[in-house]
Structure formats: structure tokens, C-alpha cells
Write a protein that binds this ligand. Sequence first.
Ligand SMILES: Cc1ncc(C[n+]2csc(CCOP(=O)(O)OP(=O)(O)O)c2C)c(N)n1
Length: 368
Amino acid sequence: MTYEGRSKKMATKVNERVADAASRKNQDNPDNPLISSDKLKQLYSTMLRCRLLEERALNLKKQARFKGHYYSAVGQEAVAVGAGIDLRPEDTVAPSHRDFILNLIKGVPLTAMFSQLYGRSTSPDKGRSAPTHSGYASLNIITPASTIAAQACIGTGIAMVNQMKGNDNVVVAFHGEGATSLGFWHEAMNFAGVRNLPMVFVCQNNLWAESVSVKLQTKVEDMSIKAVAYGFPGITVDGNDVIAVYRVAQEAIVRARSGGGPTLIEAKTYRWYGHSEIDPAKYRATEELEDWKAKDPIAAMERYLTGKKLFSADWKQKITSEFQKELDAAIEIAEKAPPPEPIEALDYVYSFDVRDRELNRKTYSPQF
Ligand SMILES: Cc1ncc(C[n+]2csc(CCOP(=O)(O)OP(=O)(O)O)c2C)c(N)n1
């Protein structure tokens, strides 16, 4: 069988299982296969809160209220929400630079998130990885590194630890399609496949890696096909359909938890803004952006919920105004918090002896 044929067969198998599961009626709500009304509403409200957070953070950056860059995920919210919403605190998220909202989804307090953006002493890592390279140890969110795809490798190490300990925790690694062109990513995929690790790779294919089109990065149309080389399922899903992402991710997570090994999910989506706040994204056509804006995952879910009589403008307004107040409060705390003391930069880096040397470089004389 050809390479494409094998991959399609694998993807079809996964599709069949998803369809099977979907056809079983949800006992809580027989009108909605698998997903309860509460879950549907939670998927929507979480996407909305992610959008509000992203827009606010980007605007603060544009006003130069904090330093560094901001990599907005506006337009892509359905992927992080669909794949991340039901993760347990013990599950690990291995994020990339565009995944700040995963912190919100996994339950990191907003005060910690904004303190991180502002690099304040109140941030979990005392400003070391500001602004968006934001991790949170107690909820098992690895701090992203700038090095693309690096976190996928670190994620495999954590998945291996989970496997050795015999627990049922999973690791979900998020990255862009650009990451799939890097050696790190292939090493992580290979290792996860060989060891049958409890892991899910979520590739957010937004068509651009900075200014490089996906067509200049890889000859394959679907990134999911790359899983074939590593012997585990790959599946492509509409990344602007939060229900589709949720179903596919649930299936992959359940399989990983129960010893069935890794899955690669490719979610096709789009970032509305430039790579970071300084990028006007002139390399892409206006029509392309407009086409994708018409596929806004949040508006699509509003239409879906309206059809199910689960949506009202008042409800949306209530979520919006309550969350804006929470954002105001967290931003105020971050803005008022002091920066870390310069000397704290040496904590966790140098032992105390070496610290003395570093602090007194001009006068230091070694003691023998
Ligand atoms: C190893 C490495 N190469 C290049 C860069 C510079 N860089 C930062 S983000 C980025 C684009 C990544 O694209 P993708 O993985 O598709 O994620 P997206 O930004 O689209 O979310 C690049 C090339 C880097 N940080 N690390």
C-alpha cells in the first residue's frame, strides 16, 4: 500500500471510532450525542473568555504596557479549548509561544498570568520568561521555550515518567505546523511512537510560520500524514469547529490514558493577526484573511447553540462584562506589583558560592 494510502487508512480508522462514539447517545442529554448541553455551553464560554483575554493582552502590548512580544492566537481558540478543556490538573501541557490561553483553560489564576506578562515579582517565575513564555508548575504547564518544537521533546520525557510510574496522566503538546519541519519534533514523535507514550501532539496548522507559507515548508497537504512514519494514528480536523476538535481530542486522550499510545491531531485553523504585534502580515492576501474570519470559531458556535436554543445575547453580555471585570482586576494587580529584585535573577541558576563571584566580578578573588 502507498504511503498516502496507509495514512488515509489510519485516519479513517480513527474517524470511524469517533463516529462510533458520536453515535452513542449521551445519557444526560439524548438530543446531543456524547456532549451535554452544559459542556457545549462551557466550550463556547471558554472560547469567548480566551478571545477577550487575547484581545486585551494584544492591546496592552500595543500600548507598550509590558515589554517583549505578544503572539496572539485570536482565530485559533477552538483548538486550545477543544483539546485542553477536559485535561486534569495532573495532565501535562507542553505549549508553544502562541498558547498563552492554555493557562486560562487549565485554570491558572488571571493574576498570575498578567503578572507573567508584566514580568512582575508576583509572577510564578519572577519575570524570567516574560511575557508569553508562561508556565505553571502546580498545574503541570511546562514553560515554553523560544526554541520551536523543544517542548514536544520535553513532553515525551514527562510522558515516559508517567508511563514508568504507571499512572494514567497524559501529556498534550501544542505547536504550529512550522514545528513539524524541525528535527526536534520528529525525534519527539519517533520516541513517543517507539515507547507507546501516553501523549497527544496537537498541531495547530494556521498556514503560516512567521512569514513562511506552509507550502514552502512541506510537500504534504495534511500534517497528520506525518504520523505514519512513526507508527501511530494521525487525524486532521477542522480547527475552527470546537466540537469536532473536542471529540477527536477526547478520543486521543482516552486512548493515551488507557495505554493505547500517542496520536497526532492536525487542526486546520488561522491566526487573524500577524506573527507578533509588530508584524503587519503583508505576506498574506486580504481575501485569505477575510475567508478565515468568516469561519470565526466563536461566531460558528453561537449559531450552533442558537439552533439548540442554548444561546442568548444577554448570556454573552453577562460572560463578557464579568470577565472584563476580572481582567481589569488582574491587570491592575500586575501593573501595581513591583518588578523582581535584580539579584533574584541569579536564584535557581547559580549556587551561593558562584553567586558571590558573579555579583562581585570586579573584586572577586578565589579562595583556595
Ligand atoms: C528552532 C527555532 N527556529 C526558528 C525560530 C524563530 N521562530 C519563532 S516562532 C516561528 C514560527 C513558528 O511557526 P509555527 O510552528 O507554525 O507556529 P505559529 O507561530 O504559526 O503558531 C519561528 C520560525 C525559533 N524560535 N526556534
